[in-house]
Design a protein around this ligand. Structure first.
Ligand code: ZN
Length: 180
């Protein structure tokens, strides 16, 4: 996983509990920190840190990962505006992730372990995203989608009836627009 993801997690934890909390998290995870945006670090290292954040904050892992997804989207959108500038609304953006975004991310980060996502529109207010990833980070994907909805100014809910964590070979993320 790219260092930029670690940098964004550091920002989130630091905003919440200051540098002391980040240091505590690193100690608990048994890692040194000091991540460089474009370098690659092991997924296990990220999971250790997330585990330490979960312990430190005393909230469930799913909540931490979901909140991280929302936060990460905002950070990525401001660091790399090219990703969001190319789409004018939420569904168009989500549909562009697999082709445009991942291509750009690959150029930028030489990332090779990205999930594959395909989208189907089921009407004006429902988009079904088929998510496959060896990392099974569908909760992070949900957080990112919520972050994207915030960015584009939509209220959404996500149903997740099919999930790799329940033995399926993919996840279905049903993104519905809701009136606010
Ligand atoms: Zn899932």
């Amino acid at each position: 996983m790219k260092g930029v993801v670690f940098n964004i997690l550091e920002d989130m934890v630091t905003e919440k509990g200051g540098l002391q909390m980040w240091q505590k998290v690193l100690d608990k995870a048994g890692v040194d920190g000091g991540y460089t945006a474009v370098s690659t670090y092991s997924d296990d290292e990220m999971f250790s840190i997330v585990g330490a954040v979960v312990e430190e904050l005393g909230i469930p892992a799913e909540e931490v990962i979901g909140a991280f997804g929302v936060y990460m989207f905002g950070q990525l959108a401001s660091r790399y505006p090219v990703f969001t500038d190319s789409a004018s609304d939420l569904f168009t953006f989500l549909e562009s992730i697999d082709s445009v975004i991942h291509l750009e991310v690959k150029k930028l980060m030489t990332e090779t372990n990205l999930p594959s996502i395909s989208c189907t529109r089921e009407g004006e207010k429902l988009l079904v995203m088929n998510y496959r990833s060896p990392r099974k980070l569908c909760i992070l994907a949900e957080g990112l989608i919520y972050g994207a909805a915030e960015h584009y100014g939509y209220g959404i809910k996500i149903d997740h009836p099919v999930c790799m964590h329940k033995g399926a070979d993919h996840c279905d993320l049903q993104v519905s627009l809701i009136d606010e």
